[in-house]
Design a protein around this ligand. Structure first.
Ligand code: TYD
Length: 253
């Protein structure tokens, strides 16, 4: 096979040029990072799990009319996606307090919020992805007021969908992050969900026990990250539990 051109390499994924203009191949690595890449490790099978989980959530979103960049999964670690112009903001939705919100406001982790809250962080590793206000976003031109309204509406729909998916399998969606991209259709632009949706960018707690099934397992050294993500995939019926640990090539659908 001809060597593909690498377009971009991030902490957890690589983007290659796709087979047609306007497409990329998104490759999920096993690398895990936290605290702005100060903590790093390679977690066997994480990329395979996140590829499948992101496919599952993006397909589900498309089915309820939420547009995403996902086109199709190609193999265990790769998916074909639409290329988008990424808006340089991390869009966070929180239903329960945790992480930096708990630290900032002195709220105990797990406190139910009065309503889902949408926050924006500037995508800038050098600055540690600082929290920014809507005023900042408009003033510095990272997005327009219309974009902001559309991003909030999109993020809240994703929240309702993901919360429902998770609650159906006994998991509480505490918070999550998405990235949103612009696509042009003729003269019109619209915003679609991009990047990935996986336990790397969500907080997922078992409803009964409170056990963490997300990247906090890695951030806070709480055990095996692969086991946690495998449990999420198993509950959602996304993949058999042994695929990521296969020692020889395994066919999956
Ligand atoms: P937050 O509590 O603000 O930060 P941290 O994860 O560092 O404690 O994160 C809220 C949610 O958004 C959480 O599920 C992790 C996710 N998130 C990312 O995946 N990447 C990011 O760059 C940020 C800022 C948050």
């Amino acid at each position: 096979m001809a060597r593909r051109k690498k377009v971009y390499e991030g902490k957890a994924k690589i983007l290659y040029e796709g087979p047609e203009p306007g497409t990329f191949v998104q490759y999920f690595k096993d690398d895990a990072t936290a605290f702005n890449a100060q903590k790093k490790d390679v977690i066997d099978g994480k990329g395979v799990l996140n590829n499948r989980l992101s496919e599952f959530f993006m397909k589900g979103l498309a089915q309820i009319g939420v547009p995403t960049h996902f086109i199709k999964r190609i193999n265990m670690r790769e998916q074909l996606i639409r290329s988008v112009e990424i808006i340089p903001l991390e869009v966070i939705v929180r239903t329960y307090a945790a992480g930096t919100l708990s630290e900032r406001l002195g709220l105990e982790e797990g406190t139910a919020l009065p309503r889902p809250i949408v926050e924006f962080c500037l995508k800038d590793d050098a600055l540690g992805d600082p929290l920014v206000s809507e005023e900042h976003i408009i003033a510095f031109g990272w997005a327009s007021q219309q974009d902001l309204d559309d991003m909030i509406a999109l993020a809240l729909r994703v929240n309702d969908f993901l919360s429902g998916c998770m609650m159906a399998v006994g998991i509480r969606l505490v918070d999550f992050k998405i990235e949103i991209g612009r696509v042009w259709e003729g003269e019109f632009q619209r915003l679609i969900v991009a990047d990935e949706i996986s336990p790397d960018s969500c907080r997922l707690w078992d409803v009964e026990t409170g056990q963490k099934l997300d990247k906090d397992v890695f951030r806070r050294d709480l055990g095996s990250l692969t086991d946690a993500y495998t449990e999420v995939a198993r509950r959602l019926g996304v993949m058999p539990s042994n695929v990521t640990h296969a020692t020889k090539p395994t066919l999956i659908n």
